[in-house]
Design a protein around this ligand. Structure first.
Ligand SMILES: [Zn+2]
Ligand SMILES: [Zn+2]
Length: 241
């Protein structure tokens, strides 16, 4: 099961449908109402929600669940995965994610919330929504979705590690322009047009991806037709202006 499946099917599907009720076999978390709870999957934090209450059942439900956490679904969020290293930068005591429960010092809450906000933005900002073309085969459309998450996340990182964190078209660098706290901000653009992608396609972070700034990214996708401009085409336009 991919991270995206868990986020979509469980957090935004199942848990929302159950109005935020999360059954447990044994109570593991004694946290006060309003606590921010981070959900971990595959050693990454992929969702968060505020705890509303903890309920214990007199008789177990479905013969195995002895209670439930009630989360406030209005606060439920999914986002680009957060790694142990990123949490460790905030709270140096956390060097790995426990498989059960774990507490993060509440004095770090605003930093954690900032990180979550950034991760939500990153999730929204990446590849721009592709305009649907009637020529596309179903398989191609599906493939882009399947490709889109966990693999993309790693590929994105490899692309930035290789090319550096500046725009491949205009050389813009967030940290240079806005300051150090913007270090690492960039969009990653996919060079292949959707129509060139077939079922067996696997993203190649060096050959298929390029870091670009959001302005150039929008410009790249502004070409009429189903293909974006190439990096070179857009560079030429800049120098001609
Ligand atoms: Zn640019
Ligand atoms: Zn793009």
């Amino acid at each position: 099961m991919s991270i995206e499946d868990v986020q979509e099917d469980f957090f935004l599907g199942e848990l929302k449908k159950r109005n935020g009720i999360f059954y447990f076999r044994r109570v593991g978390m004694y946290a006060p109402e309003g606590s921010l709870v981070l959900f971990q999957f595959d050693n990454l934090i992929i969702a968060s929600a505020n705890l509303h209450s903890i309920e214990k059942f007199d008789t177990p439900e479905k013969e195995q669940y002895y209670g439930a956490y009630q989360f406030d679904i209005k606060t439920l969020e999914v986002f680009q995965p957060i790694t142990v290293a990123e949490i460790n930068k905030i709270d140096g005591n956390i060097t790995r994610f426990s498989q059960s429960k774990q507490e993060i010092n509440s004095s770090f809450i605003s930093e954690i919330e900032e990180l979550i906000k950034r991760k939500q933005m990153a999730l929204l900002a990446d590849e721009l929504p592709v305009q649907e073309s009637p020529k596309l085969k179903e398989g191609a459309k599906k493939q882009v979705l399947v490709n889109s998450y966990e693999r993309n996340y790693k590929a994105r990182q490899q692309c930035i590690d290789y090319y550096g964190c500046h725009c491949s078209v205009c050389d813009f660098e967030f940290a240079k322009f806005y300051g150090d706290e913007f270090e690492g901000k960039i969009h990653v653009h996919h060079l292949k047009a959707l129509s060139e992608i077939n079922e067996e396609y696997e993203v190649d972070p060096i050959n298929d991806l390029r870091p670009v700034c959001p302005n150039c990214h929008l410009a790249l996708h502004s070409k009429v037709g189903d293909k974006p401009y190439t990096i070179e085409e857009l560079k030429e336009k800049i120098y001609r202006n």
